[in-house]
Design a protein around this ligand. Structure first.
Ligand code: GBH
Length: 472
């Protein structure tokens, strides 16, 4: 029974979750036979990650996973989205399987199930085995086949206990932040290779999805496979034809480069034309698009902030012209001006605008009618501090999550099949190029002692879960 009535109520079977990712929390990067990943190499290269932070010791989750399960149980979290570190399972990317790596996820899964928490593993959250990058990484087609082999190892070991599988987290980041902008591992700045990487990631998704479904119960029931996209709105700054044209172009390389193959089995013609001077897309082989276009059982959406673009900085308030951000990852968009709206920002500098989430959800629902959808990540980073009374007061994070949950509810009312919401993140953790400087957790981690403290937002989220919605 709900403690109190919820003013904004979600369906009784709505999934309330929290997310993490292997490299961001585990630490123990050389323990029990784990091989190096591209993020180990990248973070250990001076100048790549803020303050020289690395994946060690992260939040020591590899050793403290049982405590972390206990915290989730205490908060009433129903589903835990985590990722499996490929280099723990296949230290060389392929070939010999490392049993000790499998054993860790075995313990984690059993602990989650015993605590009544549904596991939502993701196969790839950016920690590619370095051995595969040494052979060319995602721009090399062979990586997609190695990914499918890895999927088979996980299916054979965990298929009895995992129903909800996710192949990739945010292929856009893996391809374009990693291979075009270079702000993420492996730090390459090769626009044509980034387009090939995007294709091979999606090919890997399609091949792995087929493998994961194999051997499921009669009719394939009980095993669901999807992927997680981080689509975002790319809005024209004004209604001028020039602004509308750059928004279409940027939307192509940010969003439709994935949804075209995934939902229609083809790349958008205008995008191919826009990018013709960068790539001829000769990496697309017969059958690839059909492999990628196979139906999904669920779709995960990660959302943080929208983008506004202009064809010119003329007439734009100079304080609204953005430099940096994600703009370097928009292949073929060097001339596009990214513009801010002057809205409040989270601690990491991203503008807060939940209407962008609504647009993303409605658009995706129209592209894959009837496919159950989940927000797989949403949350806000701040430099939280522990108060003298041991509390972490983070009302901004609570407000951010509250606003975005209202948006999810609006989308539900508009007929979008929203089935769940996962906060990014359960724990403060390694925020990629930002190192440990930005805290996204519902749970504060003291990086000296590794002590965990549930933040005010975590207690608030526990209350939302108990109520099945928002109190006011
Ligand atoms: C996700 O990436 C990741 O899946 C997760 O691992 C990560 O910790 C989490 O989100 C928080 O970053 O152009 O300046 O407005 C998110 C990748 C990077 C995409 C920032 C949106 C907006 C920055 N995001 N980007 S800006």
């Amino acid at each position: 029974m709900p403690a109190t009535e919820a003013a904004v109520r979600f369906p009784a079977d709505f999934v309330w979750g929290a997310s993490t990712a292997s490299f961001q929390i585990e630490g123990s990067t050389t323990a029990d036979g784990r091989g190096p990943s591209i993020w180990d190499t990248f973070a250990n290269t001076p100048g790549k990650v803020l303050n020289g932070d690395t994946g060690e010791p992260a939040v020591d989750h590899y050793r403290r996973y049982a405590d972390d399960i206990g915290i989730m149980r205490e908060l009433g979290i129903g589903a835990y989205r985590f990722s499996v570190a490929w280099p723990r399972i296949l230290p060389e990317g392929g070939g010999a399987v490392n049993q000790a790596g499998l054993d860790f996820y075995d313990r984690l899964l059993d602990g989650l199930l015993a605590a009544g928490i549904t596991p939502w593993p993701t196969l790839y959250h950016w920690d590619l085995p370095q051995a595969l990058e040494d052979k060319g990484g995602w721009p090399n087609r062979d990586t997609a086949y190695r990914f499918a082999e890895y999927a088979q190892v996980l299916r054979d070991r965990f298929g009895d206990r995992v129903s909800d599988w996710t192949t990739l987290n945010e292929p856009w980041c893996a391809a374009f932040l990693g291979y075009a902008d270079g702000v993420h591992a492996p730090g390459r700045r090769e626009p044509a290779a980034a387009l090939a990487a995007a294709h091979h990631l999606m090919l890997g998704h399609g091949l792995a999805a087929a493998v994961l479904r194999e051997g499921a119960g009669p009719g394939g029931d009980g095993r669901r496979v999807g992927l997680t996209l981080n689509q975002t709105t790319v809005r024209p700054y004004t209604t001028s034809p020039a602004d509308i044209a750059v928004a279409r172009r940027a939307d192509g390389v940010r969003n439709r480069v994935f949804t075209g193959p995934l939902f229609r089995g083809s790349y958008p013609a205008d995008m191919l034309e826009d990018l013709a001077h960068i790539s001829d897309f000769a990496f697309v082989r017969d059958g690839d698009l059909a492999t990628i276009n196979a139906p999904l059982d669920h779709l995960g959406v990660n959302y943080y902030t929208p983008h506004w673009v202009s064809a010119t900085s003329e007439g734009v308030d100079p304080s609204r012209v953005e430099s940096g951000g994600d703009s370097g990852a928009y292949v073929g968009c060097d001339d596009v001006v990214f513009v801010s709206q002057g809205l409040p920002r989270t601690g990491i500098g991203w503008e807060i605008d939940a209407t962008g989430l609504y647009e993303v959800l409605v658009r995706l629902a129209a592209e894959c009618p009837g496919v159950p959808m989940y927000v797989h990540e949403n949350g806000a980073a701040y430099e939280d501090e522990v108060g003298p009374d041991d509390r972490v007061r983070d009302p901004e994070r609570t407000a951010y999550i509250d606003a975005h949950l209202r948006t999810v509810h609006e989308a539900l009312k508009a007929g979008v099949p929203m089935r769940g919401y996962f906060v990014w993140s359960l724990l403060d953790n390694f925020e990629w190029a930002w190192g440990y400087s930005q805290r996204f957790g519902l749970v504060h981690v003291d990086y000296e002692s590794q002590r965990r403290r549930v933040k005010d937002s975590g207690r608030w989220y526990a209350d939302v879960i108990r109520r099945g919605g928002l109190a006011v």
